[in-house]
Design a protein around this ligand. Structure first.
Ligand SMILES: *Cc1c(COP(=O)(O)O)cnc(C)c1O
Length: 406
């Protein structure tokens, strides 16, 4: 007898098993990428820390899983943009040092301080707020000063940096905080020869001197992201902050792909074909019929769509001559046919295809296994691989595996 809805045991439903797609995350690849960066950095600078940047749910790969794997592989710090992500790490029992850096007024600094989370400060108001929270709590906050050395984003420029340094030093002298770090971020690290890279390092060195002259006891000076970590040992200072490279993607595709940098992509995005069916020549495919079959053919329905974070820009249109993003089904290398919909898209398998409903369609993964790559997807969609992996929806189950990488 069918159960009434109210009698359904919701906890017994395995949502991941019921979902037709998944992002398979190889934690061995994460560990490989982190340990190869640790090795590279230590070869030049043995005391430099490697911080795994795990913001945005570890670039879509899973915050706690990636943080744990990164620490196992020799990362000694974790970095998050949002405070909430740092809190999740602590509530998962992770005790490693954490820095969190992007806060708006009103944030509860006391919670971060009480959990031993280092905070970044970019403005005088933030310096005051951290000091106030620490004093109220009876704890000493650990603060890293953010400097705008040329990116033109968060942090003050040298002209105004004194306005942030003064309240930090005052609060340090009052015993409310330790001014332990200073940091910045590059505008062009993906182009290591770009003149702004050395110019920013120069400004950074002057900011460091300003802070030290004012009385900071800096333990951690840091500016390198993935691209600088992989290409520019001059930028190592006391800590490096790779993000994308942890996930095995290349931060500088114009220089080389993951293999060029000794990285292994950690994520494979795949789904089971929901349907395979025949369509006649001249049949429109998907909304707006922007793709039309040019022969009698078979099409496959891939049950992932823009609600899962598949960019609508991945659509393929014969109407405008645009090629869709690549998909592999078995040995067939295909492109998306027609518009990406909310939950699904179509691939044109061709009349001779032996594909069946239930076969696996790989959207992107590791080039060495014949898969299309996140970079291929980025190029097809006019974006960067960062966005391709980060925007994947929560609806897609993450499945963790541990397959040794060669
Ligand atoms: C995201 C981020 C990083 C990591 O950048 P990648 O290019 O992914 O290595 C480092 N530092 C800051 C401040 C960031 O926001």
């Amino acid at each position: 007898m069918p159960l009434a809805a109210t009698e359904l045991d919701i906890s017994a439903i395995d949502a991941a098993a019921a979902y037709p797609g998944r992002a398979v995350i190889n934690l061995a690849a994460i560990r490989h990428n982190v340990s190869s960066m640790v090795e590279k950095v230590h070869a030049h600078s043995p005391s430099t820390h490697v911080m795994a940047v795990v913001k945005a749910d570890a670039y879509g790969h899973g915050l706690v899983e990636v943080a744990t794997a990164s620490l196992q592989a020799g990362a000694t710090w974790l970095g998050t943009a949002q405070a909430s992500e740092a809190l999740v790490l602590r509530s998962a029992g992770i005790t490693a040092p954490i820095l969190t850096w992007l806060h708006a007024p009103g944030i509860d600094y006391a919670e971060l301080i009480s959990l031993d989370i280092d905070v970044s400060v970019a403005t005088p108001e933030a310096a005051e707020a951290v000091a106030h929270a620490a004093r109220t709590l009876g704890r000493v906050a650990r603060v890293h000063l953010k400097v705008d050395t040329g990116l033109g984003r968060n942090g003050y420029t040298l002209d105004h940096l004194g306005e942030v340094i003064s309240p930090l030093i005052a609060a340090q002298n009052a015993g409310d905080l330790e001014f332990v770090g200073i940091w910045s971020h590059f505008a062009f690290a993906d182009e290591p020869e770009h003149p702004t890279v050395l110019a920013q390092a120069d400004v950074f060195d002057r900011a460091i001197a300003m802070a030290e002259q004012a009385g900071a006891h800096l333990e951690l000076r840091h500016i390198a992201n993935s691209a600088a970590t992989l290409t520019n040992p001059r930028m190592y200072y006391d800590l490096v902050r790779p993000g994308l490279a942890v996930y095995g993607l290349s931060p500088s595709p114009q220089i080389g792909g993951p293999a060029h940098f000794g990285l292994v992509p950690a994520m494979r995005l795949e789904a089971h074909l929901a349907t395979v069916k025949e369509l006649p020549k001249g049949h429109g495919v998907s909304y707006g019929h922007q793709y039309t079959t040019d022969a009698d053919t078979k099409v496959g329905i891939v049950p992932l769509g823009y609600a899962d974070g598949i960019p609508r820009h991945a659509s393929g249109t014969t109407a405008t001559g645009g090629l869709g993003a690549p998909v592999r089904v078995g040995e067939q290398h295909l492109r998306i046919a027609g518009r990406v919909c909310m939950d699904q898209f179509v691939v044109d398998l061709g009349t001779d295809s032996h594909a069946h409903a239930g076969d696996v369609a790989v959207l992107f993964g590791d080039e060495n296994h014949g898969d299309p790559t996140a970079e291929d997807w980025a190029q097809a969609c006019g974006t960067i691989s960062y966005e391709v992996v980060t925007r994947l929806g929560e609806r897609i189950p993450r499945v963790y595996v541990d397959h040794p990488v060669s």
